[in-house]
Design a protein around this ligand. Structure first.
Ligand code: CP
Ligand code: NVA
Length: 302
């Protein structure tokens, strides 16, 4: 039976730990994996813009011997010409997997129901699992055993935050999410992550207070306004500015590293000064998107 990756919440912990190991192996010995996707075609359906996700899937699939077809559904709207389910059913006639970046999680659920090929979530309103996996790969490279590591996510509780909680839960990490009031993570997703954490000893929490980031190894942030949110920046800037990642916050918390999934807004959620400093893991995160995704593809299609 096919397996999808809409969120790691429905994956076994052993599968997630195996993905981290496989990603490291693919990164360190790429020559062994050159033909894993030989003869396979993967279609990317993107309703939103992308730099890292689109390019890392395309180049990554090429490195594994496969073929990537990019469908720009911003130009050719998914809904309208035909039903979304019909699009997915047709893609299933030719392709070996769909990589989908969509506005609504339910669109991905529609894809999975309509075809027999794996569907991989490349970001939706609720999750960004490829990002979460790549980030814990980066933390594994940096700190070794992530079960001994504390990650403080600071800013807007969003799709990236949810995936960090879920992957962190599988890997037994400590993850604290610190947001302004009313910008907390989705409660039901937090509970999903807590269920996983019960089996692994992960420590998950959320708060509105920056002091709870003290003792962290890493401070992580993301944009204050996700794609599709047209709230004017001016209305939320005052609320979020105290949650900016800057030198002062690094000193308060004692964290050695900073992370951001990018695209970053310099001098809003993170200062340029910190982003360009020796504390930054941002480009390692970006590189690891490809290795993490290649591990996912090799597992689902190899
Ligand atoms: N981090 C990330 O998903 O970047 P893109 O939006 O550029 O793909
Ligand atoms: N939370 C951001 C992540 C971008 C990679 C968004 O959804 O726009």
């Amino acid at each position: 039976m096919k397996q999808d990756l809409l969120s790691f919440a429905s994956w076994e912990t052993s599968q997630v730990t195996a993905l981290i190991e496989l990603a490291l192996e693919i990164k360190n010995t790429p020559e062994k994996y050159q033909s894993v996707l030989a003869g396979k075609s993967i279609v990317g359906v993107f309703e939103k813009p992308s730099l890292r996700t689109r390019v890392s899937f395309d180049i990554g699939i090429n490195k594994l011997g496969g073929h990537f077809v990019y469908l720009d559904s911003k130009a050719n709207h998914l809904e309208g010409r035909e039903a979304v389910a019909d699009t997915a059913a047709n893609l299933g006639c030719w392709a070996d997997a769909i990589v989908g970046r969509v506005f609504k999680h339910s669109t991905l659920e529609g894809f999975t129901a309509a075809c027999d090929i794996p569907v991989i979530n490349a970001l939706c309103d609720l999750y960004h699992p490829c990002q979460g996996l790549a980030d814990f790969l980066t933390m594994t490279e940096t700190f070794g055993d992530v079960s001994q590591t504390k990650l403080a996510y600071i800013g807007d509780g969003n799709n990236v935050t949810h995936s960090l909680l879920i992957v962190g839960a599988h890997l037994g990490a400590e993850v604290v999410v610190i947001t302004p009031e009313s910008f907390e993570v989705d409660q039901s997703i937090f509970e999903q992550a807590q269920l996983i954490a019960k089996g692994t000893g992960a420590k998950l929490s959320y708060s509105n207070h920056l002091n709870d980031a003290k003792g962290s190894n890493v401070l992580y942030t993301d944009t204050w306004l996700s794609m599709g949110d047209d709230t004017p920046l001016s209305t939320i800037k005052q609320t979020f500015m105290p949650y900016q990642i800057n030198q002062q916050l690094l000193e308060l918390t004692g964290a050695s590293h900073v992370m951001h999934c990018q695209p970053a807004h310099r001098d809003l959620e993170i200062t340029s000064n910190v982003m360009d400093s020796k504390h930054s893991l941002l480009l390692q995160q970006a590189e690891n998107r490809m290795h993490a995704q290649n591990a996912i593809l090799a597992t689902l299609l190899g």
